[in-house]
Design a protein around this ligand. Structure first.
Ligand code: ATP
Ligand code: MG
Length: 578
């Protein structure tokens, strides 16, 4: 929590102002019982009506001032805590944006969402409460003690017994509840995870008739959250009766011993009234302290979770002195690279790959599923870093560029296409915000998307629902291709981007790419051999290794694996239409 407090710095004026205003309210609260005692003991006892009136009016006057102080404090504390939360959220968001793919595998999306929303809300709430109650409770408590002692020191001795008892219980509860609240946040993560998975997979769930199963899965996680929350709060709530008991017992003691003193004539009625008032204030402030401490425990669990994300050093970062020179050729080289996911000891996904793609070439990557095609492509825009060897673009190691330089020259259509909610035009322009409407149409034409888009009643302004569910698989892919092309990249990577498009359309896309993006180095990942026939070079991958390299006719001549694939897909008896 302490580490997050830096976020309050810009609002230090409010942070100082809020407690100051609160002091006004507390002083008023502390003055009232004494004034009341004065009315009773002097005014009423001496039948001095003007004194009663004057003191009464004075009490109302300062009560109003106290109220203003309290309101001002709430306003200042609210502004400070909201600004604190907003800044923190935006920093957390920025941090997550800087995450590499590998970092995103460590932190699941669902936990990031909980941390961005619920956890921040907890911490923000704590700041708000602290600015009000953290000042109010101790001031009221200490002030109350002083006032109580000043009225009757002997009677105040009762506090010596009750205050430590209350503190002890408080300490015990805080100790016990911290792990419980951490658990609650984890369960909340889990609920979010299941919910997210469910909502994004809802269509699949329907097809597979798994609603009942999923409902059960959700209800299990949901009740786990409930049980854990109940457990945590049960503990917290359980101290309330005990505290009330101690408070009431002390009160009885005050009235008992005070009563004796009053009848003995050593104490006045008004004094004992004021004393009881102060006594209640003291005990009440202790209750407030306990409430806030429990809140601190909960918010601390959240703060740690936020800090955990903020303190991550992204696994892939801009170099400290990046190579600023722009890319201009689009040459891509892999030099003896080996790459593995996760920790050491895992089987590498790519082994000893060396290859060079010349500017303007069309390179096809062919290989069965899981052979490492996507992995290889992800290394070019540095979504992952190699373990051994080097990936070079325009003769320079990708690790020497800053991300903006490198990635602005690369257009990529990842294997799992994601479209954002918005219009088709917005989705395509997303690739290049400076593009004009003509650029959008031109890109769509190359991607063979113009035709189907124009057939929509609203054309390019047709809105795409979240995830692009109102487009067909092949339509989505073509919009995604247009989005990558509009960037006019030096290097274009199409990772299985035409898999949902029919062969004839695919052929049109490929030849349009070849004609219009003459200088662009194009990587086409494919499983269908028909996609790669015209490529300048075909890389055949198997189990993370290159097992064939050359153009179609070369490979047909000298590569048995390639011949096999060809036979199974396009050989005799297999027909394709043109
Ligand atoms: P496909 O044609 O099905 O897309 P691919 O050739 O693109 O397959 P890759 O996605 O590169 O295959 O995967 C290569 C290997 O790396 C596979 O064995 C896969 O299980 C593994 N792999 C891929 N992504 C990850 C990841 N994020 N974490 C761990 N292992 C991964
Ligand atoms: Mg793949």
């Amino acid at each position: 929590m302490r580490k997050l407090l830096a976020y309050l710095k810009p609002y230090w004026k409010l942070v100082v102002l809020a407690p100051l205003l609160m002091i006004v309210e507390v002083i008023v609260d502390l003055l009232q019982p004494t004034l009341l005692a004065k009315i009773v003991d002097v005014g009423i006892a001496g039948q001095d009506l003007t004194l009663v009136m004057r003191t009464g009016l004075f009490m109302i006057g300062i009560a109003l001032i106290g109220m203003l102080g309290g309101m001002g404090c709430t306003v200042a504390a609210s502004i400070a805590s909201q600004s604190f939360g907003t800044d923190l959220r935006s920093d957390l968001f920025k941090k997550i944006q800087s995450f590499s793919y590998a970092d995103l595998e460590t932190f699941k999306i669902s936990t990031l969402i909980t941390r961005l929303t619920n956890d921040i809300a907890q911490v923000q709430m704590l700041v708000l409460m602290s600015l009000r109650i953290m000042v109010r409770a101790p001031l009221l408590g200490v002030g109350g003690i002083i006032m109580a002692i000043s009225i009757n020191a002997r009677l105040a001795m009762i506090l010596l017994a009750s205050v430590p008892a209350l503190l002890l219980i408080l300490f015990f509860v805080i100790q016990k509840s911290f792990p419980l609240f951490t658990m609650v946040q984890q369960k909340l993560d889990r609920v979010n995870a299941v919910m997210r998975e469910n909502l994004s997979g809802i269509r699949l769930i329907k097809v597979f008739n798994r609603s009942t199963y999923e409902k059960k899965r959700f209800s299990i996680t949901n009740s786990e959250l409930m049980n854990n929350t109940i457990k945590a709060f049960k503990l917290v709530i359980s101290i309330m009766p005990v505290m009330m008991l101690i408070m009431n017992l002390s009160l009885v003691a005050v009235i008992w011993f005070g009563g004796i003193q009053v009848s003995g004539g050593t104490m006045k009625v008004g004094e004992i009234m004021a004393f009881i008032n102060y006594f209640m204030q003291i005990l009440f402030s202790l209750m407030m302290v306990s409430a806030i401490f429990i809140f601190i425990t909960r918010a601390n669990a959240s703060a740690e979770r936020i800090h955990e994300v903020l303190s991550i050093v992204p696994q892939i970062q801009d170099p400290s002195q990046p190579d600023q020179a722009p890319l201009n050729k689009g040459m891509v080289e892999f030099e003896k690279i080996t790459f593995q996911y996760g920790e050491d000891g895992n089987e590498p996904a790519l082994k000893d790959i060396s290859f060079a793609a010349q500017p303007g070439e069309i390179v096809a990557i062919l290989g069965r599923t899981g052979s490492g095609k996507s992995t290889l492509m992800n290394l070019i825009p540095r979504l992952y870093d190699v373990n051994q060897g080097r990936v070079k673009v325009d003769g320079r190691d990708v690790r020497t560029f800053d991300f903006t330089t490198l990635r602005s020259s690369i257009g990529m259509v990842p294997q799992d296409t994601v479209l954002f909610s918005g219009t088709i035009k917005e989705n395509i322009k997303w690739g290049n915000t400076r593009a004009t409407d003509q650029d959008v149409i031109a890109a769509a034409k190359i991607a063979q998307a113009d035709q189907f888009i124009s057939q929509f009643p609203e054309g390019y302004d047709t809105s795409i629902s979240q995830g692009g569910t109102n487009l067909s698989g092949g339509q989505k892919q073509r919009v995604a291709i247009a989005r990558a092309i509009i960037k006019k990249p030096l290097i274009l990577i199409l990772d299985d981007s035409t898999s949902a498009v029919d062969l004839a359309t695919e052929k049109k896309i490929l030849s349009a790419l070849k004609e219009t993006l003459v200088d662009t180095t194009i990587f086409i990942v494919a499983q269908r051999i028909s996609t790669v026939l015209d490529a300048d070079c075909i890389l055949l991958l198997d189990n993370g290794r290159i097992v064939g390299q050359g153009n179609h006719s070369q490979l047909m001549k000298n590569n048995s694996i390639y011949q096999e694939i060809y036979q199974s897909q396009l050989g005799e008896g297999v027909t394709i239409y043109d």
